[in-house]
Write a protein that binds this ligand. Structure first.
Ligand code: ZN
Length: 298
């Protein structure tokens, strides 16, 4: 198999570093748009109109002050008009999105799955930041995620192949050997969705019984339906594992730094599921292979 560097240079005739630079720049521009999504979607405002304005003074932001990462640095993190500070979240989202796009390019390669991976990490950035600020995972994002995941699972085997979905190579999906690839792929999506959404629902129910509080929103369940459908049950298991682990570490650190111990505090678990799903998408297969070779030698 050709390395993706070779593939990129073969298809475009350009050196691969241009691919990286272009991916970074385009990612930062989309990150800039994500800032609008993160600000407006939870407030149920249009993401298209009006143009970006300073949240403090309402002055429209000029094109030359809207260059991702760069403008915030030039302006010293302040609005040009009112000089009020602009949250470092804005350049942080732009930089994070750009870096995640570069990671996708590096890990996934120059192939048909790259746009899917890029769309997936982009959606996750928006959900993580919305959940952090508002403790919600909006349906207008989680429902389309599920629908797009199912469409990818259906269309890929019919066009470019199902080789991107590793779950179909393992039990219980191997029981469907001999069936058309699109059917096996869809079955994998169904299994992953049920496993992802079901586990989160179960964790929420158990928590409610044990503690008498609603710790988990249905948003987490809906998110994991979409993640499960795209990634399949193995990478979904890894997502929940990483999510629970990072969430527990963050929870302990949070409680340790608070003066008043509030153990009933709601956790925006979507943050950690988002982190887990991105790690699983980019490095999951490598992590699972490493785990099997290290701990389950034949
Ligand atoms: Zn201003």
């Amino acid at each position: 198999m050709l390395s993706f560097q070779t593939t990129f240079e073969l298809y475009t005739g350009l050196p691969v570093w241009i691919g990286y630079v272009f991916t970074f720049l385009f990612g930062s521009v989309v990150g800039s748009f994500l800032n609008v999504v993160i600000h407006r979607v939870p407030r149920e405002e249009s993401i298209v109109f009006p143009n970006s304005a300073c949240p403090k003074c309402g002055e429209a932001i000029k094109g030359y002050d809207n260059i991702p990462i760069f403008s915030w640095l030039i302006l010293g993190g302040k609005c040009r008009n009112c000089k009020e500070p602009i949250s470092p979240r804005y350049p942080a989202v732009e930089l994070l999105t750009a870096l995640l796009w570069v990671l996708c390019f590096w890990q996934i390669g120059f192939n048909a799955y790259l746009p899917v991976a890029i769309a997936f990490v982009t959606v996750m950035v928006s959900l993580v930041f919305i959940d952090a600020e508002h403790m919600i995972l909006p349906n207008v994002i989680t429902y389309p995620l599920l629908i797009c995941a199912i469409l990818v699972r259906l269309i890929f085997p019919l066009t470019v192949g199902a080789l991107y979905f590793k779950d179909i190579l393992s039990y219980p999906l191997t029981l469907l050997a001999g069936q058309p690839a699109w059917l096996v792929s869809l079955a994998g999506a169904g299994l992953g969705a049920l496993f992802g959404g079901g586990s989160l629902w179960l964790i929420g129910e158990l928590w409610k019984r044990l503690r008498g509080v609603d710790a988990m929103g249905l948003g987490d369940v809906k998110l994991m339906f979409g993640v499960g459908a795209l990634l399949g049950f193995q990478l979904t298991f890894l997502t929940i594992f990483i999510g629970a682990f990072t969430g527990a570490v963050a929870g302990v650190l949070y409680i340790a730094t608070q003066k008043e111990k509030d153990l009933q505090a709601q956790i925006p678990f979507g943050i950690f599921l988002g982190i887990g799903s991105v790690i699983s998408l980019l490095f999951g297969d490598a992590l699972i292979t490493w785990y099997i070779e290290t701990f389950m030698p034949r």
